[in-house]
Each structure stands twice: as C-alpha cells, then as structure tokens.
Design a protein around this ligand. Sequence first.
Ligand code: PEP
Ligand code: MN
Length: 292
Amino acid sequence: MDESCDLSGWKISHPARPGAPEGRDVPEVRPVPIGPIAVGGGRPVVIAGPCAVESRAQTLEIAEAVREAGGDMLRGGAFKPRTSPYSFQGLGEKGLEILAEVRERTGLPIVTEVMDPRLVGLVSRYADVLQVGSRNMQNFPLLVEVGRSGKPVLLKRGWSATVEEWLGAAEYIAAEGNLRILLCERGIRTFASRDGCRNTLDLTVIGLLRRRTFLPVLVDPSHATGDAALVPAASRAALAAGADGLIIEVIGATTDRAEIHCDGRQGIRPAVLRELVAAARATPRDCRGVTR
Ligand code: PEP
Ligand code: MN
C-alpha cells in the first residue's frame, strides 16, 4: 500500500490520490466558525497583533489599530516560548486579563498560545482560539488537552515537520472530538536562514494539505521571514497560493523596535496591515480553497 494512504482511516485526513484528475481529489474546505467569523469560508481572514502582550497600553494600541485596519481577530502571547530562559517569558495570567479586557473594548476574538497541558483550562477561560506553537506541535499531552478543551485550535507546523507529522498532530486533537482546527504554516528551517531570513515559507504545503484534509490553512508570514520588510510580499504570495488567512505580527505606529521584548524586527506597522487586509479581501477563494 502507498505510504500516503496510511492516514486514510483517520478522521481529518483524506488519502492523497496523486493520479486523480487535477482538483478532483481535493475535499472541500470545512469552515471553522469563531464567533461571527468563518475561517475557511471563502473570505481569507486576517489575525493580527503583537508577538507578546507586553503591557496593557501596548496591547490596546495595537488592538485598536488591528480593528481599524479591518482585521478579524487579535493575536498576542501571554505565555511565550523563548529560546533562552533569561528572555522575557510573557506576562502569564496578567497578559490573559489584558487580552480579555481588550476583547471587551474592541470586539476582536483572541488567539493566544498555550504551552503547558496544565494551563489549558486557565488559557481556555480567556481565549477564543488556543494556539499550539511550532515548538509544541508534537507535544502529545498538550494536543490531547486542547482537543478536550473544545476550543478552536490554531496548530502551527513544527519547523521541521512533514505533512504526515503535522496531520498526525492534528489528528490527536480531532481524536478528542475537536475538529475546530486551523493549520498554520509558519516557515520551516532550511539553509536559507543563513542568508538572514528566519525561516523558509513553504507555500507548496497549502496545495499538499488541500489534497489531504478539509481543514483550513493559515499562513504566518512574520515567523516565516523574521523581517517586517519581507512580510508584505510573503503575505500576498500566501493569499495567491490559496491560504485561508494570515496571522501577522504588528507593532505600534511609532514604537521603537529596539524597545520591544519579543520579535521586534518582524512586526509590521498598522499602515502596512491595512494594505494587507485589503489584499486579503480582494482574493476570495472557492470551496476547495483555490484562489479565484
Ligand atoms: C508566535 O506566534 O508568537 C510564535 C512563537 O510562533 P511559532 O510557534 O510559529 O514560532
Ligand atoms: Mn513572535
């Protein structure tokens, strides 16, 4: 049996049939409702916000900019996965409280990361969407817990994960009865990072995923590039490649990048976000996720 058929009995996966007529073996994208928004519903969504919640004022300023730009949801980490234990780790529950207050004021649903299975209950009380980060894509106890939470889950691709491994991770969530999963390509690690690009944005994976699953696929151009100047083109390319939406890091209009604790180089300014929201609105897609 073709190895690619191993997942055929699984709930979210569809066996790839490379010989089938173009487009005919691709399942329809099943939209994931989040409040009034349908991710995968033909209108690409834009999730935007700071890398980390660093203060109430910073989060509120950026959230208002996201709303004014026409963004659909607010992102922001309260628990940050940092390479060094001495780096800013996020504000923890205080950060979640800030996010909840900002949601009250702006109406934007909140996407925030959870890293620890023991904290899924806490983060679920505040979040509209639980993010599982790249470093935790195969943290199986965490996947089980977010599956049990019943919350929508934004599952980032591990930076060296194959499609099989990624769908296997999604299947852990689905196996708990939670099919509200958003896959998110955020760049993979290749030799190109030596040229100053944080990761390599793998846009081909959108088409590969379309053959295998009905789950919506988002793209994160911020962690894929690590450089604000590279984010607009990467975002437009992702939309053209059929992404169901973008998740983008944003900084304040006049904030000094050097003052930001986390990922200051890659956050775009609100004016750039406005253009990208307009680009997203201008690229609707059909039920199979193909850009029209
Ligand atoms: C993030 O979204 O802030 C983040 C840490 O992303 P990733 O897990 O893709 O590195
Ligand atoms: Mn970040």
